[in-house]
Design a protein around this ligand. Structure first.
Ligand code: DCP
Ligand code: CA
Ligand code: CA
Length: 364
């Protein structure tokens, strides 16, 4: 089962202040530049029907919603985080196995408690929807299928307040007519490339020659696309480790392509991150730089080292190299926001197992 809250941030805002419910509601990430600089985080369905969606600049949204009595609100992450936690606990209690997939979504393994019966799973989903509505006054959409891939596509199928059950015998009929972009991992660019091969719908991808697919997308992706289009996904529902990465993003004072101006900001972020990692006694092997361009497209480049990193000078060297290469590869647009992420965590060397620690300590 995959559960996804409807227009999450905006719905929480409506709950906090029901008087805005019948107006377009736009939740905004205002940037540090002030004014209406920034992007739309999410909107309620009234605003969506008027064409205002996640990711567009706030100024565009204001233009579209002029004279529509729209409500613009800044994101309130602490609030959404608290609501999310409550809901995740509720969902976890209804699962055999649980995996949070994002702030407003989760996978629930329910095979045991429903004895693999889709009717029972449907009743359980209905119960969960009612409980979230009564306890949290929020609606969600739920998809049920034989694996995570199908459940996730199903939860997105009917929104808001949807419940879609895809029984194994309905799998082909359900997936075939959907555009390939509905598959996880098929973004806009990949979708265009597939369209170029004459593949528009999942049904076409499912029967497309796998050899030709791997020739175009490489072996790993080619096989993944072939399997996904056929509804095959063997990944387990499992709770993830606490933190897998730590990141920081900042808005540049002005759009730029100048390496020095970019590095000045990212070096500050790097020092902050290394300090936080040290506080937690963790080091890491991968450094990723993030660039959000003037057109709001997001790019990232990662470098992974063979050994653990815990030194901000090494991070800075990697960051410089990654941005230098990135600027060569993306020779036109200016950067608007920049960030850094460290991942591939490992426990710091000084945190040896207790026996090693003790024997060493006694010798010195
Ligand atoms: N979000 C964001 N920026 C994006 C996409 C999402 O800040 N580009 C935030 C706001 C969303 C939340 O994440 O409320 C969950 O994202 P979803 O993709 O699930 O979108 P919504 O819950 O807003 O809408 P839907 O009803 O389509 O699920
Ligand atoms: Ca959602
Ligand atoms: Ca979501």
């Amino acid at each position: 089962m995959h559960v996804d809250l409807d227009y999450f941030f905006a719905q929480v805002e409506e709950r906090e202040n029901p008087s805005i419910k019948d107006k377009p509601v736009v939740v905004c990430v205002y940037s540090a530049r002030g004014g209406d600089s920034g992007a739309v985080s999410t909107t309620n369905y009234i605003a969506r029907r008027l064409g205002v969606k996640s990711g567009i600049p706030i100024v565009f949204a204001k233009r579209i919603l002029k004279d529509k009595a729209a409500v613009f609100l800044p994101v309130n992450h602490p609030l959404y985080g608290r609501v999310s936690e409550e809901i995740m606990n509720l969902l976890r209690s209804h699962s055999d196995n649980f995996e949070q997939g994002g702030i407003d979504e989760a996978f629930l393994e329910v095979t045991k408690r429903t004895e693999g019966d889709y009717e029972k799973a449907q009743s359980l989903a209905q119960e969960i929807k009612t409980e979230i509505l009564e306890k949290e006054r929020l609606t969600c959409s739920i998809g049920i299928g034989l694996n995570k891939l199908v459940a996730k596509i199903a939860s997105d199928y009917l929104k808001p307040d949807g419940l879609t059950v895809v029984k194994p015998e309905q799998l082909t009929e359900f997936l075939s007519p959907l555009p390939v972009g509905k598959l996880l991992g098929v973004g806009r660019k990949t979708e265009e490339r597939m369209n170029g091969l004459g593949i528009e719908y999942i049904g076409q991808l499912a029967v497309f020659d796998p050899r030709t697919l791997t020739d175009h997308f490489g072996r790993t992706l080619g096989i993944y696309f072939h399997n996904a289009a056929n509804g095959i996904d063997e990944s387990l529902v499992q709770e993830r480790a606490e933190a897998e990465s730590l990141s920081r993003i900042t808005t540049l004072k002005e759009n730029t392509r100048e390496l020095n101006k970019i590095l000045e900001e990212v070096y500050k972020l790097s020092e902050d991150i290394v300090r936080r990692m040290k506080e937690r006694n963790l080091n890491f092997k991968s450094v990723t730089v993030i660039a959000i361009m003037e057109n709001l497209r997001i790019h990232s480049r990662t470098k992974t080292m063979g050994t653990s990193i815990d030194d901000s000078e090494i991070v800075k060297t990697l960051v410089k190299e990654l941005f230098e290469n990135f600027l060569k590869e993306e020779p036109k647009l200016e950067l608007r926001r920049v960030g850094i992420k460290v991942s591939n965590f490992a426990q710091e060397k000084s945190q040896k197992p207790l026996d090693v620690f003790l024997s060493k300590d006694q010798k010195n």
